[in-house]
Design a protein around this ligand. Structure first.
Ligand SMILES: NC(=O)c1ccc[n+]([C@@H]2O[C@H](COP(=O)([O-])OP(=O)(O)OC[C@H]3O[C@@H](n4cnc5c(N)ncnc54)[C@H](O)[C@@H]3O)[C@@H](O)[C@H]2O)c1
Length: 253
């Protein structure tokens, strides 16, 4: 087991990539603190972890809330005495160009994606510094590197996450803390399905997106989770400040 005895916090753990990663971390021996604003999805994740006889805790709230981040980190460290891994997978997109994006939607996308990366890292780093070890895994997107159409707030937020990941990696490298981003291609999750559903005629948009990948398919959340496991574990002990692309050849083609 690659994470035996480790403690992880995973945000966005009620669905998609966060859930798949939390399940894989638990399967590999970690205690996982599950964070999301969706209580019913969290219940499903914690039930699945219980079935594999692993341990987890569930925390319902908004990742943009500074007090929530501090409370969950404090409670997790009090219970486990350590915090080895933080994965910030909570996020969402609203769609729209800079002309059509409502300023309130722009702020909400930045609060969840960038705020949810910054505030949770801010809460976790002091404990990781005390331990002299830790791994932070953030969620960017292939669109932050390639650009994309009609998704300006989300793509800008993911670009900010890549910059934040790199700067945190440099700031905390000598503390033994590694910070890396994952940039997935289009992964078949509820978020991706919702983004297609925003279009008046979703089918051609879905097909164009699928065919934009060299592999001519969408990714699965479990395929991203495997990369998260690599970054969470000691197998990636010399890897920091990187963006791990998991995109079925989107950027290459
Ligand atoms: N699915 C893709 O194609 C894709 C591609 C690139 C990057 N990503 C990124 O991967 C991450 C996970 O996405 P997913 O596809 O699994 O989406 P998802 O919608 O399946 O899961 C995201 C989870 O985050 C939670 N969440 C969103 N905002 C929150 C907030 N403010 N507070 C607390 N919880 C919140 C949601 O409730 C949900 O459970 C996101 O950061 C997303 O931007 C996804």
């Amino acid at each position: 087991m690659r994470l035996k005895g480790r403690t992880a916090i995973v945000t966005g753990a009620a669905s998609g990539i966060g859930r798949a990663s939390a399940l894989l971390f638990a399967k590999q021996g970690a205690f996982v603190a599950l964070v999301d604003r969706d209580p019913s999805g969290l219940r499903e994740t914690i039930a699945a972890i219980g079935e594999m006889k692993a341990e987890a805790s569930a925390h319902v709230g908004d990742v943009g809330d500074v007090e929530f981040a501090g409370t969950v980190v404090t409670e997790t460290v009090a219970r486990r005495g350590q915090l080895d891994v933080l994965m910030t997978a909570a996020g969402f997109s609203c769609g729209g160009t800079v002309l059509t994006t409502d300023p309130a939607d722009w702020d909400a996308v930045f609060r969840a994606n960038v705020g949810g990366t910054w505030l949770w890292s801010r809460a976790a780093v002091p404990q990781m510094q005390r331990q002299g070890k830790g791994s932070i895994i953030t969620l960017a997107s292939q669109l932050a590197i390639a650009g994309g159409k009609g998704n300006s707030a989300y793509i800008a937020a993911k670009g900010a996450i890549i910059s934040l990941t790199r700067t945190m990696a440099v700031d905390f490298a000598t503390d033994g803390i590694r910070v890396n981003a994952i940039a997935p291609g289009a992964i078949d999750t509820p978020m991706l399905r919702r983004s297609f559903a925003r279009h008046a005629d979703p089918d051609p948009v879905r097909e164009a997106s699928r065919n934009r990948h060299a592999m001519r398919r969408f990714g699965e959340a479990e395929e991203v989770a495997e990369t998260a496991l690599h970054l969470a574990s000691d197998a990636s002990s010399f890897t920091t400040g990187t963006v791990m692309v998991v995109d079925g050849g989107w950027l290459a083609s």
